[in-house]
Design a protein around this ligand. Structure first.
Ligand SMILES: C[S@@+](CC[C@H](N)C(=O)[O-])C[C@H]1O[C@@H](n2cnc3c(N)ncnc32)[C@H](O)[C@@H]1O
Length: 335
């Protein structure tokens, strides 16, 4: 039984509705791709080899275009090659960030050599990393332009934060949510990252309060809010459980000094947790909200949480983010 049939069978135990299924191309879809580096070549982990056979066709075309020429340049420089063991790529669609990761501290001469390499490319920024060290050659923030039918957003991200991995399904996920919002007033969003959903959904709500525990994500989200001239989003670096305590008035936080949470009239809560799913505190918090949108990257923790949440599933979208793997992304509207 394939992963979609397996998940749909499990889902039938909890809901009578039929899910909408969104498939992705099996090549050229990844906006982020990580490769090992050994013996002058990009490498894959053994577990990945079984799945992909050839991972080089999976990254977005802007990454695929750069990879062979970058390899040639890297192999020309002993300084860049020495103790290099991993290269992570991510793309805005046009501009690529490549993070070179080392088993050695990086000095000024590395920056000069990396600059020489970077000068051969129009759309590439290099970053060097080793234990407790990050070295920039120029910029580290990528500006992703997200176009939907009615608007266009600039979303800043970098290699320290989560960003939606499937270039094509990302905008389908946003329109799936937008089309089904009923009577939206204010939104509480947990696990907001650098605003991949916050920014495009903000125009659908009067006000948005978005939280997340990664400080890099919150900094980028604040900058993107300014970049897009949005005035109805407030954001704070709070974990899921801290957000629950703040909303229950159990604890006060300096990080909330300038935010009047009590002024919000929340109609919806949106959660997009990591693979572990929702904490018990978040589940309890969510029970105060009439409408819940649950975005999940792990069907197992999603099915576990659905039982604990004990809500009616109104609609559900399944997004096959990673063709040929066991992963699925799910978006559920819960009453
Ligand atoms: C699946 S990502 C979703 C990010 C964002 N919604 C997006 O699509 O770009 C999960 C996010 O939860 C954050 N996170 C992980 N554990 C958390 C916690 N305990 N409290 C708050 N945020 C957390 C991570 O930093 C990450 O940004």
């Amino acid at each position: 039984m394939n992963k979609l049939s397996k998940f749909c069978c499990e889902l039938e135990k909890h809901a009578e509705i039929k899910p909408q299924i969104f498939l992705s191309s099996a090549t050229g879809y990844r906006a982020r791709a990580e490769f090992g580096f050994s013996k002058n070549s990009y490498t894959m982990m053994e577990s990945e080899q079984k799945i992909y056979m050839d991972k080089s066709s999976i990254p977005h075309p802007s990454i695929q275009e750069i990879m062979p020429d970058l390899l040639i340049q890297i192999n020309k420089s002993k300084l860049i090659l020495k103790k290099l063991f991993q290269i992570n790529f991510r793309t805005s669609g046009t501009h690529v960030l490549a993070t070179l990761i080392y088993h050695k501290p990086l000095q000024e001469d590395w920056i000069l050599a990396a600059k020489d390499i970077q000068n051969n490319f129009k759309n590439l920024s290099l970053i060097g990393r080793s234990k407790k060290q990050k070295v920039l050659v120029d910029k580290e923030d990528l500006e992703v332009i997200n176009n939907d039918a009615n608007s266009s957003f600039k979303i800043l991200q970098n290699d320290l934060v989560f960003f939606q991995p499937n270039f094509y399904l990302y905008s389908l996920m946003i329109s799936f949510i937008s089309k089904q919002l009923e009577d939206p007033r204010d939104l509480l969003e947990l696990y907001c990252g650098c605003g991949g959903f916050t920014l495009p959904l903000a125009s659908k709500f009067n006000k948005v309060f978005a939280t997340e525990n990664n400080r890099h994500s919150i900094r980028l989200l604040k900058e993107s809010i300014k970049l897009n001239n949005l005035s109805n989003i407030e954001t704070a670096r709070l974990s899921d459980n801290e957000t629950a305590s703040a909303l229950a008035n159990e604890r006060s936080f300096r990080r909330l000094e300038n935010i009047d949470i009590q002024s919000y009239e929340f109609s919806h809560i949106l959660v997009d947790p990591p693979r572990a799913g929702l904490s018990d505190e978040t589940i309890t918090l969510s029970k105060q909200f009439k409408n819940m949108i649950y975005i999940s990257c792990n069907p197992e923790s999603f099915l576990r949480d659905i039982v604990k949440l004990d809500r009616e599933i109104v609609s559900i979208g399944i997004f096959d983010q990673f063709a040929n793997t066991q992963h699925l992304e799910v978006i559920a509207f819960l009453k």
